[in-house]
Design a binder for this molecule. Structure first.
Ligand code: PGA
Length: 235
């Protein structure tokens, strides 16, 4: 299983280092086959000495090696810190930052060419879910357009937009429905994300087609994140 922490626009460089030191020591002791991923803000990327099942990834980057793209970070900057993992298609980038499916697919292809492990996020807004299952599947299929689903370093994260940061978690039944549908198209691991926390991670990880969780708000407290990893070990 993969348990991933998405810090979003939270934590400084120092806070991230302290967090990773604590998490890494915990993972060393835990002796688990599961993987912990951490996506800190880009300014907190650094060279870290970590166990092989603790990975630090980028929340975003531009699909260039380097060049004149003010405000963006490219491959060269990620390589400095040996970053090999990237989150692409997060709903906040789609909906708040306005990234189109075409741009997202470009990013995917660029980082695939570079051999990155890609955590590719998909998920529907509330109005789509309310339209019913057919609309939901159609919406999610459109988010898979231009994405090589057979890429061997792909991880998919299903995160219903209405469940992100809202405290509203999709029901186990709802999650199961979407994940099992995705499993018919994708052999990559599939994570669930959206208000995952210590109190609900067990029932989410117990869903047959669920291979882990992508955790935002509740991952910011390293003790809570460790607890979730511990629960995942026994699930
Ligand atoms: P949340 O965020 O856990 O705060 O809902 C999840 C995510 O956006 O990845």
């Amino acid at each position: 299983m993969i348990i991933a922490a998405n810090f979003k626009t939270n934590k400084t460089r120092v806070q991230t280092r302290v967090y990773l030191e604590s998490l890494n020591a915990f993972m060393k002791e835990l002796n688990t086959a599961n993987t912990a991923m951490v996506f800190p803000p880009l300014t907190a990327l650094d060279s870290f000495e970590l166990e092989s099942n603790v990975k630090v990834g980028a929340q975003n980057a531009f699909s260039v090696e380097n060049g004149a793209f003010t405000g963006e970070v490219g491959l060269e900057q990620l390589e400095e810190f040996a970053v090999q993992t990237i989150l692409i298609g997060h709903s906040e980038r789609r909906h708040i930052l306005g990234e189109s499916q075409e741009e997202i697919a470009n990013k995917f292809n660029f980082f695939k060419e570079q051999g990155f492990e890609i955590v590719y996020c998909i998920g529907e807004p509330l109005e789509v879910r309310q339209e019913g299952n057919e609309a939901l599947v159609e919406y999610i299929d459109a988010q898979l357009e231009g994405i090589d689903l057979s890429y061997e370093k792909l991880v998919v994260a299903y995160e219903p937009v209405w469940a992100i940061g809202t405290g509203k978690v999709a029901t186990v039944h709802d999650i199961e429905l979407v994940l099992s549908n995705l499993k018919t198209k994708i052999s990559a691991p599939i994570l669930y994300g959206g208000s995952v926390k210590v109190a609900n991670i067990k029932e989410i990880l117990e869903i047959a087609s669920c291979d882990g969780a992508l955790v935002g708000g509740a991952s910011l407290d390293v003790e809570a994140f460790k607890q979730m990893i511990e629960i995942a070990k026994d699930t």
